[in-house]
Design a binder for this molecule. Structure first.
Ligand SMILES: Cc1cc2nc3c(=O)[nH]c(=O)nc-3n(C[C@H](O)[C@H](O)[C@H](O)COP(=O)(O)OP(=O)(O)OC[C@H]3O[C@@H](n4cnc5c(N)ncnc54)[C@H](O)[C@@H]3O)c2cc1C
Length: 289
């Protein structure tokens, strides 16, 4: 049996099936099939925050806000497979070291020539960018060290599990927010980008001290949707859910194959690494005949 329900639903299904922390299962009146205290522990994700800049030159906002611009972009894509709709929204990115002494990049940067600061909370907000030229830059920590949890709240399979991100719980994660914000602002202040920036829209000039930057991050940061780690792979059944062949510890005939098995979040995006897990699992299963 192969469980591939993702980092939120794989631990949920294990717990509903009686595989999890016995104390938690008993508290919800779930029969314990196998003690697996690591189920639902170890949740990780990438949390990013965007810095928005008003621009002196046109951006995709100017092209995609008017209805005629939307129609033109749609038609162009339909006829030629080119134009803004043929491109990734993240048109530039980088993996950088926030301090020169680091041996490898610790921050992931994103650049989008579009912004939506005035449309927050509205329906279909991403279809309507801001009514002025603007763009955004974002960052997230590549290897956050905080760990959250995903656990069932009841025996009802239709009741969504509780997701507790527990983000920004370690000094390293907090430090990387300070460094990421400083770095984005350094890039924005450097030529040639500085020449096209009229002003920083968000968080805005008044937000300067580390505590203000952190408060802003806590308020505005969002998931990059890289949830993983809730059925982690490892040798110790007290800390890991599956072994190095993706078999659930203590049970025969059950594997977990999805992003939940990552022992730690990958430093970049998670889609391809998840495909790699699946490819590896296929090989392991074939080897066993
Ligand atoms: C909005 C968004 C944007 C993203 N953008 C990127 C990106 O640009 N680049 C990148 O690398 N990654 C991106 N990701 C992350 C990437 O999609 C995930 O890391 C990857 O899909 C994880 O794969 P998975 O198999 O673990 O889980 P999933 O892809 O979530 O697959 C789990 C599947 O299980 C099904 N399922 C769950 N419960 C049950 C059940 N009880 N019964 C039956 N089926 C069930 C779900 O419907 C789903 O199809 C993005 C994710 C999101 C949500």
């Amino acid at each position: 049996m192969i469980l591939s329900a993702g980092a939120v639903n794989s631990p949920q299904l294990l717990e509903l099936s009686g595989i999890g922390d016995p104390q938690l299962l008993r508290s919800l009146d779930l029969a314990v099939l196998s003690s697996a205290p690591a189920v639902g522990q170890g949740l990780q994700d990438h949390l990013a925050v965007s810095y928005f800049y008003k621009s002196r030159v046109p951006t995709l906002n100017d092209e995609l806000l008017p209805l005629i611009g939307k129609l033109r972009a749609a038609l162009r894509y339909a006829l030629t497979r080119t134009g803004p709709l043929a491109m990734s929204v993240n048109q530039a990115g980088a993996f950088v070291r926030s301090r020169p002494e680091l041996s490898r990049p610790n921050l992931h940067l994103y650049f989008n020539p579009i912004s939506y600061t005035t449309t927050a909370g509205r329906r279909r907000r991403l279809l309507n960018p801001d009514p002025y030229s603007a763009f955004l830059m974002s960052f997230n920590s590549c290897r956050p060290t905080s760990r959250g949890t995903v656990h069932v709240k009841s025996r009802d399979p239709l009741d969504p599990p509780a997701i507790v991100p527990n983000a920004m719980a370690t000094p390293q994660d907090v430090q990387e927010v300070y460094e990421g914000a400083r770095l984005l602002r350094r890039i924005a202040a450097a030529h040639p980008l500085a020449d096209v920036i009229e002003s920083e829209l968000q968080p805005g000039a008044p937000i300067q001290s580390d505590s203000e930057v952190l408060a802003d991050f806590r308020q505005r940061a969002g998931s990059v949707f890289h949830a993983c780690g809730t059925c982690a792979m490892g040798a110790d059944p007290r800390r890991a859910v599956v072994d190095h062949r993706l078999r659930v510890h203590g049970l025969a005939g059950l594997r977990v194959v999805d992003a939940s098995i990552f022992p730690a979040v990958t430093s970049g995006n998670t889609n391809t690494p998840t495909t790699m897990v699946a490819e590896k699992a296929a090989d392991l299963i074939l080897q066993e005949g």
